[in-house]
Write a protein that binds this ligand. Structure first.
Ligand code: FES
Length: 104
């Protein structure tokens, strides 16, 4: 599928938690929340740690485990902090999860 990379089968993603996936050299955090699959760049804009996939979830928001910056995973916007995350489009086709190529 043009513009997308297959990253996992849907059953490999745990509910209400995140994983880090290397997508063509870019670390992408992928979350399954209430049946939605959301993908963002796994690099916190604060001090650039790549640990957002381990962050605590609150609905569709994740809190960076390093210093507590919080982001809306649907929009990438920071919540009460200035930085934003790049979001990636996700498609589920059959059992496969595809993420938008980072350079697109
Ligand atoms: S690196 Fe994420 S809050 Fe500091």
């Amino acid at each position: 599928m043009d513009g997308y990379v297959k990253i996992a089968r849907k059953d490999q993603l745990k509910s209400s938690s995140g994983v880090s996936v290397n997508v063509e050299g870019e670390e992408v955090a992928v979350f399954q929340i209430d049946g939605d699959i959301l993908a963002v760049r796994n690099t916190c804009p604060h001090q650039h740690f790549q640990l957002l996939h381990q962050g605590e979830l609150d609905g569709h928001a994740v809190t960076c485990p390093m210093h507590g910056w919080k982001f809306d995973l649907q929009t990438g916007r920071g919540i009460a902090n200035s930085g934003n995350l790049r979001t990636y489009a996700v498609k589920v086709i059959g059992d496969d999860v595809w993420v938008e190529r980072p350079e697109e």
